[in-house]
Design a binder for this molecule. Structure first.
Ligand SMILES: [Zn+2]
Length: 125
C-alpha cells in the first residue's frame, strides 16, 4: 500500500525527479557520441524533461497561491493543503476542510499499519 503524502510535496518530488531523469537521459546520450542523430535525440529528450520540470515547478507556484495555509491539529506545524482533503506535510495527518468527508477519502490512511497491528495483537490475545 502506497503511503499518502501531502499533495504539494508529492508534485515537488515529481518535478525534482524529472530533473534527474533529464540529466540521466542527457548523460546516456554521451555514450552515443559516434551516432550524432541518436545523441541529439537523447539531448532533446533530456532537455524536454528538464523543461517539463520547470513547468511543473511553475505549476506548484500557482497551486501554492491557491493552497490554504493551516496549522496542523496533530503536530501544530504550518502546512499547506490543496483541495478538500490533503495530508499534513510534516506528520501525514489527514486534513479536511469539509466535515462530511471526514474519514471517507482517507479510509486507507486511517487503517494504516499501526491501527492494523493493534487490532491484530488484540485478536491474537
Ligand atoms: Zn502535522
Amino acid at each position: 500500500m502506497k503511503p499518502y503524502k501531502n499533495k504539494i510535496n508529492r508534485i515537488r518530488t515529481f518535478a525534482l525527479s524529472l530533473i534527474f531523469i533529464g540529466v540521466v537521459i542527457m548523460y546516456l546520450g554521451i555514450f552515443f557520441r559516434k551516432n550524432e542523430i541518436v545523441m541529439l535525440i537523447f539531448m532533446v529528450l533530456g532537455m524536454l524533461a528538464i523543461i517539463g520540470s520547470t513547468v511543473v515547478y511553475a505549476w506548484i507556484g500557482l497551486l501554492s497561491t491557491k493552497a490554504i495555509q493551516i496549522a496542523c491539529p496533530n503536530c501544530g506545524k504550518q502546512t499547506k493543503m490543496l483541495g478538500r482533503v490533503d495530508m499534513c506535510g510534516h506528520c501525514r495527518e489527514p486534513l479536511t476542510t469539509d466535515p462530511t468527508l471526514e474519514g471517507k477519502e482517507f479510509d486507507e490512511a486511517y487503517n494504516r499499519p499501526n491501527r492494523n497491528n493493534v487490532d491484530a495483537k488484540e485478536n491474537s490475545k
